[in-house]
Design a protein around this ligand. Sequence first.
Ligand SMILES: [Zn+2]
Length: 374
Amino acid sequence: MAGFSFTVEARHGRARAGRLVTPHGEVETPVFMPVGTAGAVKAVLHRDLREIGARILLANTYHLMLRPGDALVGGLGGLHGFAGWDGPFLTDSGGYQVFSLTALRKLDEEGVRFQSHLDGTAHLLSPERSMEVQQNLGADIAMAFDECPPGDAPREAVAEATARTTRWARRSRAAHRRDDQWLFGIVQGGVHLDLRETSARELLEIGFPGYAVGGLSVGEPKPGRDRVLDHLDPILPADRPRYLMGVGTPEDLIDSVARGIDMFDCVLPTRNARNGQLFTRRGRLSIRNARYKDDPRPPDPECPCLTCRTASRAYLRHLHQAGEMTAAILMSVHNLFCYVDIMRAMRQSIRLCRFEEWRRETLRRLADAEQDGS
Ligand SMILES: [Zn+2]
């Protein structure tokens, strides 16, 4: 498809460093995509995202279809025109939110009927409707509509959801028309390796330019996730981008890149920032902790971000305790910088064939309990 390509440029072990080209710019992988749920990354300006080094943003189909409505966004130039971010966007399928946010829903082969969590109005999200919404939103990358069962669902329910995800992927593919948008398939199957394998092989038969691994941010234990990624690595095509949806901590990202993943998104850095938790190169730090009340050091003395150049822990703690919105802004900027910077260092280590060494050293530092060890 014109305007798109993905190239793996270097490998070390199973870790890959690559380049994703989209109509709105190039992205070096492995990459972390900040989450802009309603078309904005909470508390962070596009300008600051640029400075942080974020290159591609995620926006949520479910939220935008309900408010302000995908037709309205489409009429105003899609997400790029509406939100004013000229870099690449990716939209999720709406599947994950419709299963996690709506209490009143009815699932059948056609799709999911649900009531909006905002005003109770009735909606249908189906493969066809998800494609319509995502084509209106006009992100560079769209996702096939999937069924994402909870992490503790019994095997039978997971098997059923996985088979339906394949049928919905086929319908998504058929309903997708835009040739300036890539459509990725989503592998489901919970922690069951045979279901994961079947799901991946069926999606490969349908054929997508990229593959996501869904359903691994729904509370399953980490060894289960690692086993799934290990199992999928030789099955997923080596020359297509791989996206692990909704994961996770810096440690999770590093361990998943080690298993061949290229793309990530997660609300953790921004959500935790608003709750007063900072990610640093030496573990996490809770700004609410009284020990920081007169601490003149920046959140992370090794960090060159805007926040660490200008703000002390004492100041951030004060702003957070006082309920000042600037606290959320400054801490979101730092946390996103920390994530993006870890990805940057990771890419470099892969290119220099030093990934395993870098990984050991970085994980050791992240486990350092110099901070409050939370
Ligand atoms: Zn910083």
